[in-house]
Design a protein around this ligand. Structure first.
Ligand code: TXA
Ligand code: MG
Length: 320
């Protein structure tokens, strides 16, 4: 009895002394889910080698099973265990990893990743994140981590731990809190399995940046191959009106630059018109307007250049 009590105390003490990432790594090895910050958005992570863990991710998100998951790795060497890294991928990794670039590559012959991460395709979307907590978690667990954005399917991606807590708090063993995500919109997804690299999802790494390293295919929009790129996505519960040059009755306004007058509530993506700042604020401010008592949301025009391409992509889906 005393021995048991003593062991129990030791266990509690040990648990208290362990870092959050070590605790999270243990949960992941037990096929439990852990939400963790990346430089883009928070991810809902699970052991990518385990069908059980990957199935739990689909379950928790309410995600359609035809939509494949991104696998996060600690290094390019780790990626090579699971996917065929061609020359394009090698060059892109050298330039942009760790960072917000996901590469779709063919599965290796004896790829040990759960087939569920590929959702029936013979490829894997793979990326090496830059956020220190994500990297620590990948290193401490030693596992490849399947991690879609940690929101319910079709909803706005989370850029704060509190967003994850709200939507998925009861579905995860733990949420690692890394504060606000620096980039704020999801990684650029580039498909490298075909005759030429194709951008499947615009993100913070722009087509101009990618085009300097690989010969990008121009036929971006005609080829919708990322099954997750549904027309309606990132959706607030309120209706969203884009390119607003006036404010209508009951509208809250998402501002870029100098606000137009008349809105009862405004959130300013960037007063100075900085696209990087706007991307970092986008999802949080959409959530604030959605949770407020405005009737609908109007969004001021955002230039379709550089990061603006990814911001407008997300806004169009939010409005669809
Ligand atoms: O920044 C990000 O990418 C975040 C953080 C957590 O890493 N993750 C993220 O995952 O946005 P998710 O699941 O919300 O979006 C993944 C996108 C989907 O559009 C999916 O269809 C596409 O990547 N994708 C994943 N694997 C693919 C594959 N094998 N072939 C084509 N598209 C793929
Ligand atoms: Mg997502």
């Amino acid at each position: 009895m005393f021995a048991q009590l003593y062991l129990g105390q030791c266990y509690i003490l040990l648990h208290k002394m362990m870092s959050d990432t070590s605790k999270a790594a243990i949960y992941l090895k037990q096929d439990k889910l852990v939400a963790f910050p990346t430089e883009t958005v928070y991810g809902l992570g699970g052991n990518a080698l385990s069908d059980k863990a990957v199935a739990a991710i689909y379950e928790a998100k309410g995600r359609p099973t035809f939509n494949p998951l991104i696998v996060h790795v600690a290094s390019l060497a780790m990626a090579k265990k699971y996917v065929l890294v061609n020359e394009w991928a090698e060059n892109l990794a050298e330039q942009f990893w760790p960072g917000p670039l996901t590469m779709v590559l063919p599965r290796q012959k004896d790829c040990e990743l759960s087939l569920l991460v590929s959702a029936g395709l013979d490829s894997v979307g793979i990326r090496m994140p830059a956020h220190p907590l994500a990297r620590k978690l990948l290193e401490e667990s030693g596992l490849p981590l399947a991690a879609p954005s940690a929101n319910r399917s079709g909803k706005i991606s989370p850029t704060l731990a509190a967003h994850v807590q709200e939507e998925l708090g009861d579905r995860v063993a733990m949420i690692l809190d890394g504060g606000a995500c620096e980039v704020g919109i999801e990684s650029t997804v580039v498909d490298l399995t075909g005759g030429a690299p194709v951008i499947l999802r615009p993100g913070s790494i722009t087509k101009e940046q990618l085009g300097k390293i690989v010969p990008l295919s121009e036929s971006v929009s005609s080829q919708i191959k990322a099954p997750g790129m549904l027309r309606s996505h990132y959706a607030p519960s309120k209706s969203v009106r884009l390119n607003a040059t006036d404010v209508r009755e009951g509208e809250g306004l998402l501002v870029f630059g100098r606000p137009i007058k008349g809105a009862s509530l405004i959130e300013n993506l960037s007063e100075s018109g900085d696209l990087k700042e706007a991307a970092a604020n986008l999802f949080r401010m959409l959530r604030v307007l959605d949770a407020s008592d405005v009737i609908s949301i109007a969004v001021m025009p955002i230039p379709e250049i550089g990061l603006g391409v990814a911001i407008n992509d997300r806004l169009r889906r939010a409005a669809a």
